[in-house]
Design a protein around this ligand. Sequence first.
Ligand code: FAD
Length: 511
Amino acid sequence: MTGLRLDRIVIVGGGTAGWMAGAALGRFIVPGGTEVVLVESDEIGTIGVGEATIPPIQKFNHLLGIGEAEFLRATSGTFKLGIEFVDWGRPGDRYIHPFGRFGRDIAGIDFHQLYLRERQRRPLPPIDSFSIGAQAALAGRFTHPRADPSQPTHDIAYAYHFDATRYALFLRSFAERRGVVRREGRVVDVALNPQTGFVESILLADGTRIGGDLFIDCSGFRGLLIEQQLSTGFEDWSHWLPCDRAIAVPSENHGAPHPFTRSTAREAGWQWRIPLQHRTGNGHVYASAFLDDDRAEAILLANLEGAALGAARPLRFATGRRRLAWNRNVVALGLAAGFVEPLESTSIHLIQHGISMLLALMPDKDFAPTERDEYNRQMRASFEAVRDFIILHYKLTQRDDTEFWRYCREMSVPETLAQRMDLFLRRGRYLKGDNDLFTLNSWVAVMLGQNGWPSGYDPLTDALDPDKVGRQIDLARTAITGAVAEMPLHMDALRQMNATEPQPDDHVPAA
Ligand code: FAD
């Protein structure tokens, strides 16, 4: 089989997707003798947003051998313990979707079932009072998870916020040190093999032609190879997720950075706040069918906590996925593969997942359909699972104050989601699907956070003595409160691990 090994992989695009792929291939593929070339165009630039992540990114860094403190210093990164959702259920509501679990199971019964039963006996505080991640987030504190399972801090799970431009630069330097060759230039033409329709080479504006066996399309929304050349097609999901525009602006930090992302519902969309060490990222995601651009910008600027650093930048996007993420000898990653709005910070994760799948299914020169088909099956299922979880936030709203929210409440949802909502609304049940990224705790957080209370609880819960369970629920809360009080403040935690080296001042992300 060695004669069939790929000689060269060409990555088109040097945004987050391109350089994540470059870093991973530099680490795992270049040492085996395959050349990796990445082409990017400074003239075109990158999208320059994408700054909040979810916990699996730790695994990506770990596999690459990237140290946490080095990574946070280089990207002005902060810790993220979850997302606070403001005004999503009804105006005035707020809840945290924390990473990590709620409470502790007792005798194999999920904590939220115990909580649901206890709530029928007496008033209880919101379920995020039983999450160490949520409570630490609200207190502005952070600590790494402890190995000792008897400690509440064992249940901490976290991700990062980081500066997208610095992240790409950081990964670029990592990849180049591992042999990935960067070529600056604009791709102006693509040559296809007339028999197979495979991409044979790309032509740069300066006349250089670069051939390859496998092409990874990381060219962003335009999908230079996967769509413009191979006409792969796009499955549009905008009827379920009508937001199609965003406007982004960084602002000065207002106080110490919070260890959580905030998403505040607005009249036809929502606004993000992502705190970094040196600035805060802000953006307003909205549906152009319900809100005009000027008003969207005005809403964003009126709701910044610190002074804006630079002009607000408009972005347009289509929600959906490429019908095939891998078509012929082109694999699309990042925005070229598809996009679901950043409400749960999933895009970078889907890039990471695409890279892991590609490494697991790396083709030979014969490009056997088996590997391609499995890749497409996996990516399709992963995108759809994320899509359903994001739609859940909209469908579950009780807001009826604007046309946009009325549309979201009343829209029909994918059958896969409708079934899961019904299951949860009966007895709080959730059964994990093969490709679920968001599992039990996430469903509990969003369903209960947005007032999606089940009408009953799991009858298995009745095998446990309610008085004993009630005492354990109270003890769990006390233990969490005590543990949070002992944690360092977020910035102190970053300083203690030497993750706050001052960075040169570049407040405004690349256009
Ligand atoms: P881009 O950054 O657009 O990069 C495309 C690359 O292709 C560039 O290097 C460009 O120069 C190159 N290129 C294009 N055409 C050519 C050509 N002809 N020749 C040569 N080079 C070319 N994700 C998250 O996980 N968390 C978030 O919080 C988050 N927030 C987001 C907010 C918004 C409003 C949007 C729109 C997206 C957000 N995302 C988020 C998604 C995230 O930004 C992207 O997944 C990520 O940045 C990857 O982008 P990319 O590399 O695919 O594309």
